[in-house]
Every structure is written in structure tokens, then in C-alpha cells.
Design a protein around this ligand. Structure first.
Ligand SMILES: [Zn+2]
Ligand SMILES: [Zn+2]
Length: 132
């Protein structure tokens, strides 16, 4: 069982299933939101994400695909906890918020073509998504 929390610990959650899709997302949206070269994505079904404490602050937008995405944050400390796509039936959970970091093993590189020039995408990861 995976459990996690935001930076200030107001948000606590657990995941009811293991993820078959673990990866790093280098899209420019994830870069801007997270202040990093990539987002650590632990994808599960939305119903397998269980909030145990706190209230998530949602921000919904269209990333350009025509399918709305909602990014969920802690309203107190701003940690991004999860990115949900109802159209795709996926909740991409921030693996860096896990209580046990060893439970994340990324296999996929999403949108590696958008990685910043100073960042080298690990070639052992399976590429997924547009090159640019
Ligand atoms: Zn917080
Ligand atoms: Zn992304």
C-alpha cells in the first residue's frame, strides 16, 4: 500500500492499487507547474486514489488536446498532488510525495522532446508522446 502527503502534511492520501504506468513527464505544463524538468507520474485509476486528510484545490484546464485535465494542489503549501483526466480515466499521482520513495520505478518518458536543453532524458525509459 502506498501512502503519501503534501509538504505541510495537511493532505494525506493512499493508493489502493499499484501503477502499471510509472513515468517522468517532460511536458512544458508540468515544467511550469512544478519548477522542474519533469513530473513524477504514478498513474492509477481515479477510484484508486483515496484522500485521507485535507481538501484538494483543483485547477481545471484544456492542455490543447480538447480533453480537460484537473491539477489538484494542497491549498495551504501548494504541493501538486495529482493530475486527473476523466476522459482518459487516469489519476497521475506525484510520486515525490510518497512516504516511501522506493515505491516509484519510472519506466516511461512522456514528451521527452520537450525536455529542457540542460536535461538529458534517460534513454532506458520508453518514449511516449509527441517528440515536441
Ligand atoms: Zn500542504
Ligand atoms: Zn506533463
Amino acid at each position: 500500500m502506498i501512502s503519501g502527503a503534501c509538504f505541510c502534511k495537511a493532505i494525506k492520501f493512499e493508493l489502493l492499487a499499484e501503477s502499471p504506468m510509472q513515468g517522468l513527464c517532460y511536458c512544458t505544463d508540468c515544467q511550469r507547474v512544478g519548477g522542474s524538468s519533469h513530473w513524477t507520474s504514478y498513474a492509477v485509476a481515479p477510484s484508486d486514489f483515496r484522500l485521507l486528510a485535507g481538501t484538494l484545490t483543483p485547477y481545471t484546464y484544456d492542455p490543447g488536446s480538447g480533453r480537460e485535465v484537473t491539477r489538484h494542489f494542497c491549498g495551504t503549501c501548494g504541493t501538486q498532488i495529482m493530475v486527473q483526466s476523466d476522459a482518459l480515466g487516469v489519476a497521475s499521482v506525484n510520486a515525490m510525495t510518497f512516504d516511501d520513495a522506493t515505491q516509484f520505478s519510472p519506466q516511461i518518458a512522456y514528451f521527452g522532446g520537450s525536455a529542457p536543453h540542460w536535461c538529458e532524458v534517460d534513454q532506458r525509459l520508453t518514449a511516449f508522446g509527441d517528440a515536441e
